[in-house]
Write a protein that binds this ligand. Structure first.
Ligand code: GLP
Length: 240
């Protein structure tokens, strides 16, 4: 069962998880971080940016969970752009050591295999940050995703497209496909840290932490992991 930590607010969550990452970097300066997009992990990146100011992070590697398919990598909402803006620049990471799945590859299957290979070559992910979608997705593993899945192309649900429409001019501009680490890929990270804030995530959090193991709620896969931490505010914890 995942360890659940209920925090007062998002800033407290950010500070807590940033400290955990600092501890990891103290022990392993070339740690491999699994980074997530969405609004949820932003307080972690903000807290980390302050704490990393005087540190040498030149050896740190990072792997993003997912990317839209069919969006120019230079588009401000491509996850490549988002990770550059919200993670690489504020944390001062070496951009050459930060990886995002290739959503514009002609051969998506090959792009998935290459990404898996890069994670393996880095020695695997030490700490994987995760948000959770209102439909229970982690990464972009939408309901129905196999627990054994690897990095591959998926179709986004209407729910996810609606949730993410706020980042685009209109819902028509939200891509319909993505390339995402699979649940099997994510479960190989050595420590999972799932964050969720607000009432809209309460149902997904309850399903992930306490619900039956089910592909209908991909987040429930964290129950299979020996070291998973769930950091939530009271609203997101309200259905536990
Ligand atoms: C996005 C991302 C996920 C993220 C989730 C929640 O679509 N692909 O990695 O965890 O949806 O987003 P937010 O944190 O903005 O609620």
């Amino acid at each position: 069962m995942a360890e659940v930590v209920i925090v007062k607010n998002t800033a407290a969550a950010g500070a807590l998880v940033a400290d955990e990452i600092l501890e990891l970097l103290d022990a392993k300066p070339d740690a491999v971080l699994g980074v997530a997009t969405g609004s949820t992990p932003l307080p972690v990146y903000q807290a980390l940016a302050g704490r990393l100011r005087d540190r040498d992070v030149s050896q740190v590697q990072a792997f993003a969970l997912d990317e839209y398919v069919g969006l120019d990598p230079a588009h401000p909402e491509s996850y490549r752009s988002v990770i550059t803006r919200e993670v690489v620049e504020p944390l001062g990471l070496d951009p050459a050591r930060v990886h995002v799945p290739d959503g514009s590859a002609a051969d998506a299957q090959f792009a998935g295999e290459r990404y898996e290979e890069a994670i393996r070559a880095a020695g695997g992910v030490d700490l994987q940050l995760l948000g959770i979608g209102t439909d229970g997705h982690i990464g972009f593993n939408e309901p129905g995703s196999s627990f054994a899945s690897r990095t591959r192309v998926k179709t986004l649900t209407e729910q996810t497209r609606e949730d993410n429409a706020r980042f685009f001019d209109s819902i028509d501009d939200v891509p319909r496909h993505c390339i995402t680490q699979g649940l099997g890929t994510i479960l190989e990270a050595r420590h999972l840290v799932l964050l969720a804030f607000g009432e809209s995530k309460a149902e997904a959090v309850a399903g992930a932490v306490e619900g039956p193991l089910s592909a209908i709620l991909p987040g429930s896969a964290i129950q299979l992991h020996p070291h998973a931490t769930v950091v939530v505010d009271e609203a997101a914890a309200s259905k536990l």
